[in-house]
Design a protein around this ligand. Structure first.
Ligand code: UD1
Length: 360
């Protein structure tokens, strides 16, 4: 019986990336698919399984929403007995969420090698939850799968203990696989030109004055702005007492395919999501990122993406958006690999397993 590989995920972007990783890892050994249940709303979880044709998880930890400590602790508590019972040969985690950290810590404390997909990204804000998670996971991982040459170089410069492999970005694989299935956005966005927007990060959404400033700027945009609301954002927009009066159209959360269709059809994108920044880049749509920094610096260097500090958004966002609307999107689209990252991750995992349990 070949060694079992646990593949752990729990939030919307992780379910998306797991759809290609699961298929690729199956070629190396049996896969134990573990959904922590960090995201549980239909649009953030079950709809993605349906749209992407992903089999249900083998284990659902059902942790749900809670404070960071409670959520991470619940993942640790529920992952440990599962890993003890199944003794996977490796535990693959994705990205920088509390699910990533909880599953990685549970594994490494049982001396099970951790594989970190999307390793080596860094932000200057060392206290940001995602930054804490990714630095800790990179520190304990036996295999670090970097999405870009810069991420791989950073890990080598940091002298991480694990083996560093540059694999490219699995999000690109998913987009390539699904590109022929994207629905026409006109049903949701209307017939004319529009801007597509997403806002979900705690640093913005949980600060009412910042959120209000960004929403009011979007409402003054020269084109309709369609903004599907993440559950965190839906609650915050309500409590910020904001109601759109002009350009802004608030939508319920959209499925993955609908979201990609909306990005592809947009004249520009405004977002604080790392995933949407890269999807806009690959689809040739100019992007504005409402953050002070981005982990996906290559998109800025190529001119595909521009940063707007949320604190200055009331004065600058519309102007930057107008500049973006004049662009044609002709940048090179190869900075995060060729869309074959999941296969490269699987090959690296196979090499890790072939080296036996004493990895380092
Ligand atoms: C999480 C990740 C973030 C990632 C994002 C992707 C952490 C620390 N954050 O942020 O890095 O970019 O997922 O979407 O892991 N909620 C629901 N339904 C759900 C899930 C959440 O209503 O299915 C609401 C709850 O009120 C919850 C809040 O959203 O408290 C935040 O959810 P949580 O999973 O803690 O963080 P996200 O903001 O989704």
């Amino acid at each position: 019986m070949p060694d079992e590989i646990a593949l752990c995920y729990g939030t919307r972007p992780q379910v998306i990336k797991a759809s290609v990783l699961r298929d690729a890892l199956k070629r190396v050994g049996p896969v134990l698919a573990v959904d922590t249940g960090q995201h549980y709303d239909y649009e953030l979880n079950a709809l993605l399984y349906e749209q992407l044709g992903v089999a249900p998880p083998d284990a659902l930890l059902g942790v749900g929403s809670a404070s960071h400590a409670e959520q991470t602790a619940a993942i640790l508590r529920r992952a440990e007995p599962l890993f003890l019972a199944r003794r996977p040969a490796a535990v693959v985690v994705i990205g920088d969420t509390n699910s990533t950290l909880g599953c990685a810590l549970a594994a490494v404390k049982l001396r099970i090698p951790v594989v970190h997909v999307e390793a080596g990204l860094r932000a200057a804000d060392a206290m940001m939850a995602e930054e804490v998670n990714r630095r800790l996971v990179d520190a304990v991982a036996a295999l670090l799968c970097a999405p870009s040459p810069a991420a791989a170089a950073r890990l080598r410069a940091e002298r991480c203990d694990g083996v560093v492999v540059e694999t490219g970005d699995v999000a690109h694989d998913v987009l390539r696989r699904q590109a022929g299935r994207l629905p026409d956005p006109a049903g949701v966005a209307g017939a004319g030109r529009y801007v597509f927007a997403t806002l979900h990060r705690a640093e913005l959404v949980d600060r009412p004055e910042l959120l209000r400033g960004v929403l009011e700027a979007l409402d003054r945009a020269p084109l309709p702005v369609v903004l599907p609301l993440h559950p965190r954002t839906r609650g915050a927009v309500g409590s910020a007492g904001f109601a759109p009066r002009s350009a802004l159209r608030l939508l319920p959360p959209q499925g993955y395919l609908e979201t990609l269709g909306l990005i592809r059809g947009a004249s520009a994108v405004v977002t604080d999501s790392g995933g949407v920044q890269r999807e806009a880049y690959w689809l040739g749509v100019p992007c504005v990122t409402v953050r002070r920094e981005t982990e996906w610096l290559e998109t800025v260097e190529l001119g595909a993406n521009r940063l707007v500090d949320p604190a200055t958004a009331p004065d600058t966002l519309v102007e930057v958006l107008v500049e973006r609307l004049a662009l044609s999107g002709g940048w090179p689209r190869d900075r995060y690999g060729a869309g074959d990252a999941a296969g490269r991750v699987a090959e690296a995992v196979a090499r890790l397993l072939a080296r036996g349990p004493a990895v380092g």
